[in-house]
Design a protein around this ligand. Sequence first.
Ligand code: ZN
Length: 303
Amino acid sequence: MRIGIDLGGTKIEVIALSDAGEELFRHRVNTPRDDYAATVQAIVDLVRLAEENTGQQGTVGIGIPGTLSPYTQRVKNANSTWLNGQPLDKDLAEALNRDVRIANDANCLAVSEAVDGAGAGQPLVFAVIIGTGSGAGVAINGESRIGGNGNAGEWGHNPLPWMDEDELRHRAEVPCYCGLQGCIETFVSGTGFAIDYQRLSGKALKGAEIIRLIEQQDPVAELAMSRYEMRLAKSLAQVVNLLDPDVIVLGGGMSNNDRLYQTVPALMKQWVFGRECETPVLKALHGDSSGVRGAAWLWPLKV
Ligand SMILES: [Zn+2]
């Protein structure tokens, strides 16, 4: 049995999967925000709950909104900031009396979709979360590629490629929280989409409200979406030029816009070197469950 934990800023979710990927147990609790010791305890309690309910012991994988530094073995880059600097895997291994595996939540999405999702069986899956923020992960033969710096897939903090005049202005006006400017995340996250709509219209609306306006043929909302599609296409074309993945999978709130799966692949061709690109861009099959399923699959079957 595999136990996966999705450690989010507001909820912690546990899932227990059989070897066949069947869901045996699932439960979620509120995240004890700003309290590291309580967060560790909440994870331990969820693992015990899953094991009591299934009567089995499992391997434990955890998806976090950050990464473990390969140099210090401590959490870095987590927007749940009380995790940063903490030796989360060591503390959990001690509390649970077994090895645990920890990966970034976007890496978990990539693993989940590579094992039995939209990219099932594909050798190289590039998975993108376009939600409040934007991150990406790489799965090679169903396993997470983390890299010596823990940075594989951190494409969201590359600069948007081939910026036009307006994008250069956006770069100056909307700095990224990472300390640099012009990061892909500032354009292709749901937050970036809403900011761009606000720059066009002067109105601060939520993503879902802008999508409703598009359905009502609002020209400014439509313009924001077409700009968004082009920016996502440029950013993914750059991934094709670098990695040429077998499939690109999208997750997170913005991935629920079904038009992206027609518009973005068509727009990518003009930016890919040689102008040929048939790379499938697909919606995450497991939706919001991909993070927690991928955390469980951090322990692959052959281990
Ligand atoms: Zn950045």
